[in-house]
Design a protein. Structure first.
Length: 369
């Protein structure tokens, strides 16, 4: 047994008694499809070996650095999903390594394992950019649980918190790139015929439906962002058309419809392909009678089917120059009526299930996304 760590090597092996005799599971998968990779930075070789072997039995790929300088080199050279970092290191101490990691990747989870004095030290470490802290000595079960939490993934799609946060970070880059205010749909809403907060409402509702349907975190985040930007292509639509109360001409209708392809093109250079596709297809219909491509059924990306329902409900509940808002009961009835024609039945059921649990979503309109 390793002193102070409460578990023998045999105990570690017994954590997974159902493992096949030959080979290991490969269910700790990264965004790119490979096994999640962890860097352990620890100068005491017995502790480093204990942690490395335990995590390998949990099906992670583990690299070890025995000093801070080696750790910084590995962080520069490889893409890790998690760093487990001791503070008392030779050459460069743990604080220096933590600062280096944060300069290189502000979103990479860092779990500090050290024998600090108490809560004040933990608070200081968290302020400096640590994601979590674990006091020595510790049982491996506690370390394993912390690692699972930091790399939490859904049963259907093993996507880590870091990868979801990286997506959020890229969305912030989009806003900076386009010079947009905090809510991406704000520019459209300044002059559009919907009330302020339309894009935010669509985003929030789409996110709730996606969660209710059990989608993985990264997909939910893509749908959330797509809801915020779904109408960004309307920036190019003349205000005279956007705010027109009379019926649109055929030419004006085509200009309005073009906002989905314009929005897709605006997002393409920003390397958010899934979001761009949702924006392109959020006016498709389940029966194939939508636009721009006339896709039907599951040909339409699931995120687009979800945003389509969320936008329709938000639109029905809002006043515009060409119609009055419907009641909530009328709007839900319309969703039911169009189930299987305009809307995906699974998405409708996802919304109705959410509605049964939570009630009228307008009560949550003030919540941010």
């Amino acid at each position: 047994m390793l002193p102070g760590f409460g578990r023998t090597r045999r105990d570690v092996k017994q954590l997974n008694p159902g493992r096949a005799a030959h080979g290991r599971r490969n269910d700790r998968m990264s965004w790119a499809g490979g096994t999640m990779r962890v860097l352990v930075v620890e100068d005491e070789k017995s502790v480093a070996t204990f942690v490395k072997q335990g995590l390998e039995w949990d099906d992670y790929v583990v690299d070890v650095a025995y000093d801070g300088e080696q750790a910084e080199l590995l962080v520069n050279q490889a893409d890790f999903d998690l760093v487990i970092l001791d503070l008392a290191l030779p050459k460069v101490d743990g604080y220096g390594v933590l600062n280096h990691i944060r300069a290189q990747n502000p979103l990479l989870p860092v779990l500090i394992m050290s024998g600090w004095a108490g809560a004040e030290d933990r608070a200081k470490l968290l302020d400096l950019g640590a994601t979590d802290c674990l006091a020595k000595p510790f049982a491996f079960g506690e370390l394993s649980a912390r690692v699972r939490t930091l790399l939490r993934s859904s049963p259907d799609s093993t996507v880590s918190i870091r990868q979801v946060e990286d997506f959020r970070y890229r969305f912030e880059q989009i806003k900076e790139f386009l010079g947009l205010p905090p809510t991406f749909g704000f520019l459209v809403e300044i002059n559009a015929p919907f009330p302020r907060g339309h894009s935010q409402g669509v985003s929030w509702l789409a996110m709730q439906i996606a969660r209710q349907m059990g989608l993985p975190p990264a997909k939910i985040e893509e749908i959330r962002v797509a809801g915020l930007v779904h109408d960004i292509g309307k920036i190019q639509v003349p205000l005279s058309i956007l705010n027109k109360s009379a019926p649109l001409t055929a030419e004006e209708s085509e200009i309005i419809r073009s906002h989905v392809t314009v929005g897709e093109k605006m997002l393409e250079p920003l390397k958010m392909k899934t979001v761009a596709l949702i924006v392109r297809h959020h006016h498709e219909r389940y029966d194939g009678k939508g636009y721009p491509d006339g896709l039907a059924g599951t040909e339409v990306p699931l995120g687009a089917r979800i945003v389509a329902l969320a936008e329709s409900l938000e639109g029905m509940l809002s006043d515009s120059p060409y119609k009055s808002a419907r009641t909530f009961e009328e709007s839900v009835s319309e969703l039911r009526r169009c189930c299987g024609t305009q809307f995906d039945p699974e998405v409708v059921m996802g919304f109705l299930d959410w509605l049964h649990i939570h009630g009228d979503p307008r009560e949550y309109r003030s919540m941010t996304v």
